[in-house]
Design a protein. Sequence first.
Length: 134
Amino acid sequence: MSFNKLFEQITVGGVELSNRIAMSPMATNLATPEGYPTEELVMYYVRRASAGLIITEYTYVNRLMPGGTPNQLGLYSDDLIPKFARLTEAIHNAGTKVFVQLVHVGRKTRRDLIWSNTPIAPPLTCHCLTRLGR
C-alpha cells in the first residue's frame, strides 16, 4: 500500500495545506482558567506542526458558559484576539494551518466550571423529541 498522496499538498476550501495530515481536536487543559492560550499550549501545538492542519481543542464562545473541562480554551471576547494571535502565529511559522473548533458546552458542564452560573441548554424534552423524529 502506498501513502504517497498523504504527503502531497491539497487545497481545502481555499486553504492550501502542506500535506493531507490533520490533527484532530483533543482536550489538553493547558489554557488558563480564563481560557487564554498558555505558552505550554502554544508549544504543544508547535511540536505537532508537521501536520498540514491542526484543529484546536474545543474552544468555548460564551463567557457565562465556559466549558466542560478546567483550563479549556475560550474565544469569547475581542480582548482575546492578541492572545490567540500568538498561538496562530507560532503554528503558521512552523508551516502549518490552524482551524479553531468552536463549542457551546450546554448541559455537559458543571456549575464549578462555569463560575456558579446556571447551565444553559435546551430542555431534555426537546432532545428526546428530536431523537424520536418528531
